[in-house]
Write a protein that binds this ligand. Structure first.
Ligand code: ATP
Ligand code: MG
Length: 286
């Protein structure tokens, strides 16, 4: 009998006996980054999870994903749980890391094309603001330069029963070039060679605002506003004022500021405060 995925936190991983893949899903040279896995526990129980593959060159991404997921799990913030971390070479003919994690139930926002009602988006967004506040202000993650998502986009966020949950924390912004990121969600400063440099919280904030705008206006309108080319195309506040209700204008005005400095209002040097303040603005509480 398969346990409900939401009950997975109750499973004692000391009882984990085996990680199994569908062998047909591995094609050398074209390995998918994410594979469905089956975990076999000592008592015979099977659980379905996901195996994320990180090559040697993506070591930092793997460590970042693991550390962030563990931090969020400790706070019960609706993120995937890390079930196991193994050497990739145990399973595949290559070096690297395999992270086995639980599947967050629900579909990604990329699959939701129609405009969503504001009250539903407001309710579901509480979780993602809380996840980012926790990650952005965790002293260990800050020390390790990992206190950000780095690739907030519709394909990396699942609408779970608890709200919008980020399922891909391995993003690195444009640190390896803009193309590693999801086009249309990238903060403008990432392409600005003469800019002041990257501020993690501010760049995540821009992508988060883009994500929330995309959910509110729907896929087709979003793509009309932000065409797929050039890569640096991004949303502006002026473009969406007519399209979203006035109660969220204050949020988008700040969060879509071109200048990253202006995205963190006075007194909000602290990421926790920053996300808390923006969350209330998005909820129309200020
Ligand atoms: N924990 C999870 N729960 C549910 N779905 C997940 C989870 N992790 C990943 N997914 C799904 O698998 C897809 C790919 O995962 P992920 O975003 O981590 O890898 P990727 O997109 O290949 O990497 P990158 O974003 O660096 O290109 C996601 O878009 C999402 O649909
Ligand atoms: Mg992804």
């Amino acid at each position: 009998m398969k346990p409900n995925i939401l009950d997975i936190s109750k499973i004692n991983m000391a009882k984990l006996k085996e990680v199994r893949f569908d062998s047909g899903s591995f094609v050398e040279g074209e390995t998918a980054k994410v594979l469905p896995v089956e975990l076999l526990l000592e008592d015979g129980v099977k659980i379905t999870g996901l195996g994320k593959i990180y090559g040697e060159d993506a070591r930092f991404n793997a460590i970042k994903e693991e550390n962030i997921l563990r931090t969020l799990a400790d706070k019960n913030l609706g993120a995937a749980l890390v079930l196991d971390v193994r050497k990739l070479s145990e399973f595949f003919p290559q070096e690297g890391t395999l992270i086995v994690e639980t599947k967050v139930p629900g579909e990604t926002l990329a699959e939701i094309g129609h405009p969503q009602p504001l009250d539903e988006v407001q309710a579901a967004s509480k979780l993602i603001f809380d996840q980012l506040a926790t990650v952005g202000s965790d002293s260990k993650l800050i020390e390790d330069n990992q206190a950000f998502c780095g690739d907030i986009s519709t394909s990396n966020v699942v609408e779970s029963p608890k709200g919008y949950s980020i399922v891909d924390w391995s993003g690195m912004f444009g640190l390896k070039g803009g193309t590693e990121l999801t086009q249309g969600y990238i903060a403008p400063e990432i392409f600005d060679e003469n800019g002041e440099g990257l501020r993690f919280v501010q760049a995540d904030t821009f992508s988060l605002a883009t994500l929330l705008a995309r959910v509110l206006v729907g896929r087709n309108t979003f793509r009309e506003l932000v065409p797929r080319k050039p890569e640096s195309a991004h949303l502006t506040y002026e473009q969406i004022t007519e399209l979203v209700p006035p109660v969220v204008h204050a949020f988008f005005k700040i969060a879509l500021e071109e200048n990253p400095r202006k995205r963190s209002p006075e007194g909000a040097k602290n990421p926790e405060e920053h996300y808390k303040r923006l969350k209330s603005l998005f909820l129309g509480e200020q």
